[in-house]
Design a protein around this ligand. Structure first.
Ligand code: DC
Length: 647
């Protein structure tokens, strides 16, 4: 299974530009083309559907000029497309096919509209029926009720009532409504059947309003496009970002200090999920809004639990369930029965994963109640994501305070492929100083002293391999039996407490320091499955305020994002001498020649193995200690760390 290990986060601050919403992108492009004046469209989503719409508009003679990035300048044609005869290929873009059919049928001209085979299986009959009531001349070129279509010039009737079905796709109503201002007369649209996907009609009406056309409506049954309606360019228009995606970043600001600003949704948003910001404010977060941005900061007194009816923000409310872990008091999210029928049963999934973090969770048919935690318990098996992009994104918040493994993280591609990269740009992780080097180089002593000087945690990663070797020996497992040793490594029951290390309750601080266990460690450390089994365990040592880790692969594999990386070494002769003195000081009998021989063999094994071999990475500082005292070496590392912290 693929996974992503998030480092423990300490703070969040910065700005994120959200990816644009697809539905809004294509509506805005069409209305910009139909409007009077020039429109600068910003933050357009780059996707197949928007590419088809852009191509179609250009074929119709609309001047569309890319301005770089996600911005375009559209020269509106005031309802008169310069080209009156064209063959348009619209791929599988429903958000282009339906509205263009309506607009071209009413604008007049000879147009053939077609798409990929799948597009020709998607119904359009209800929209064609509506347009025919207005006098449009539309012929099915294939199957009755389906694309491809041939439109011919026709006399469009003035006004009256058009009936359209609303229970198959809301895009038929959207297409009609967006096209009707081209007639210039008052027209009433009556919806037959229960209208589905109402929030999309809200988006249609709001987008039309931005272009100067206000539709009067009577509930969801009757819509009146007034006489004299004309689209006028709003000048510059921003395509809103996905408001549900905004919730993760606003939550980051509320938990991690902030301010975190999302650009792409704001005060005038036409998406229901922006009301997530109100919920955040209720939890105590400090929210500020502009036309096209929202910003969240943590409250001085900490976040508070809330009880909220979340019917209006079903997707964004998932974010609140994870935020509840950091709030004071219980949080209850009510009226969320729809969670049960989404990508997965989201109530069950959230409850299961929150419990893995140690939270107390109560779930009902349509609610979830989450109590906060003193400290998160990061599950070694990781957070499961159920092929649900929103589960993956909202659980990333639980990395505040602990390293966290997210399983199958690529499910975020559904709406936000680079989510985790963006997350990294606005968060700061617990700092790490990674010190790697060969055996007996003195890195352990230096690392422990640096940690003490800074008041940080210390990870002696070699001890984990030594413990694995010892545990394997005690279990009668050979050091080259990869699966068996890996299973032992995965289940090591070890407690580090200052100088003391206990394995299954027994003190082994001394027992793992023998030359035999050093050799055993070097052997088991060459087994990929063993390294894999110990990977996350090592990452869990990273806790605030910071970690100094020593080993062979701290900077290259375990903490590749460490700001300070040191490769600490010394000649093999001086290392043998140091090891000899160490052993003698402990009252252990020793002779220098076998130590030297053993170190050479270990160097060879540690640097020649196929996984995580010992090597100096390009971004590591070289600390050659042959001629340095321990104090001098410690001072060097502290100097580099200070420089890295100041950057
Ligand atoms: O640092 P040490 O002597 O306690 O390490 C014992 C062995 O463990 C060493 O020979 C190689 C292995 N090791 C490793 O492969 N990766 C680490 N990060 C630390 C140690």
């Amino acid at each position: 299974m693929e996974f992503l290990d998030l480092p423990p986060l300490v703070s969040a601050r910065g700005t994120v530009r959200l990816p644009g919403s697809k539905s809004i992108s294509n509506r805005v492009l069409l209305l910009s083309a139909l409007a009077d004046g020039v429109t600068e469209v910003r933050d357009l989503l780059a996707s197949d559907d928007t590419a088809r719409m852009l191509e179609a508009l250009q074929t119709l003679g609309v001047k569309v000029e890319p301005l770089g990035g996600d911005a375009y300048r559209v020269q509106g044609c005031a309802g008169d497309f310069p080209v009156r005869e064209a063959d348009l290929f619209l791929g599988n873009a429903g958000t282009a096919f339906r509205p263009l059919t309506a607009a071209l049928a009413l604008a007049g001209g000879s147009f053939k509209l077609s798409g990929v085979p799948r597009m020709h299986e998607r119904p359009i009959g209800d929209l064609v029926d509506g347009l025919r009531q207005l006098g449009a001349d539309i012929t099915y070129l294939g199957n009755e009720g389906y694309p491809p279509l041939q439109l011919k010039p026709a006399t469009i009737k003035s006004g009256g009532v058009v009936k359209v079905r609303g229970d198959v796709s809301s895009q038929f109503l959207t297409g009609l409504l967006m096209a009707l201002p081209l007639t210039g007369v008052e027209t009433t649209v009556e919806v037959v059947g229960e209208l589905i996907s109402k929030p999309y009609i809200e988006i249609t009406l709001a987008t039309m309003a931005r272009f100067g056309v206000t539709v009067a409506r009577d509930g969801w049954q009757r819509f009146v496009v007034p006489a004299g309606s004309r689209y006028r360019s709003p000048g510059t228009i921003y395509v809103e970002g996905d408001a549900s995606s905004a919730s993760y970043f606003l939550a980051l600001g509320a938990i991690g200090g902030g301010p975190v600003r999302v650009e792409g949704v704001g005060r005038d948003s036409i998406q229901g999920d922006v009301r997530f910001a109100d919920a955040l404010a209720q939890m105590g977060a400090v929210i500020e809004m502009g036309d096209n941005w929202i910003e969240a900061k943590a409250p001085a007194g900490g976040l508070m639990g809330i009880s909220l009816d979340c019917n209006h923000i079903p997707d964004a409310a998932m974010t609140l369930a994870v935020m509840a872990l950091y709030a004071d008091g219980t949080t209850t999210l009510r009226n969320i029965a729809s969670w049960r029928v989404k990508e997965t049963d989201r109530i069950a999934a959230m409850a299961t994963e929150l419990r893995k973090l140690g939270a107390e969770v109560e779930e009902g048919a349509d609610y979830i109640r989450v109590s906060p935690l003193e400290a998160l318990a990061s599950p070694p098996e990781g957070i499961d994501t159920y092929d649900d992009h929103r589960i993956a994104m909202c659980f990333s918040l639980a990395a505040f305070g602990t390293a966290l493994r997210i399983n199958d993280p690529k499910c975020v591609a559904k709406t936000f492929p680079d989510y985790f990269d963006r997350l990294a740009t606005v968060t700061t992780a617990v700092p790490v100083i990674a010190i790697d080097g060969p055996s007996a180089s003195g890195k352990g002593t230096v690392a422990a002293r640096v940690a003490a000087a800074l008041g940080w945690h210390y990870l002696d990663s070699g001890a984990l391999y030594r413990l694995t070797a010892l545990a394997a020996k005690r279990a009668g497992v050979a050091w080259d039996d990869e699966p068996a040793v890996a299973a032992i490594a995965a289940k090591l029951d070890v407690v580090f407490e200052g100088e003391s290390i206990s394995l299954s309750g027994e003190e082994v601080g001394e027992a793992i320091r023998t030359e035999e266990m050093g050799t055993g460690a070097s052997k088991v450390a060459a087994l990929p499955a063993v390294r894999e089994a110990l990977l996350f365990r090592q990452r869990l040592f990273r806790r605030a305020p910071g970690l100094v880790g020593d080993g062979r692969d701290m900077g290259s594999v375990i903490f590749p994002d460490a700001k300070t990386k040191v490769f600490l070494t010394a000649s093999v002769e001086i290392r043998a001498e140091r090891r000899y003195k160490q052993l003698i000081a402990k009252g252990i009998e020793a002779t220098i020649t076998p130590i030297l021989q053993d170190l050479r063999e270990r160097d060879e094994r540690d640097s020649q193995r196929s996984v995580a071999p010992l090597r100096q990475t390009a971004d590591a500082e070289l600390l050659e200690t042959t001629a340095l005292t321990i104090d001098e070496a410690v001072a060097k590392v502290l100097g580099w760390a200070q420089k890295a912290g100041a950057e």
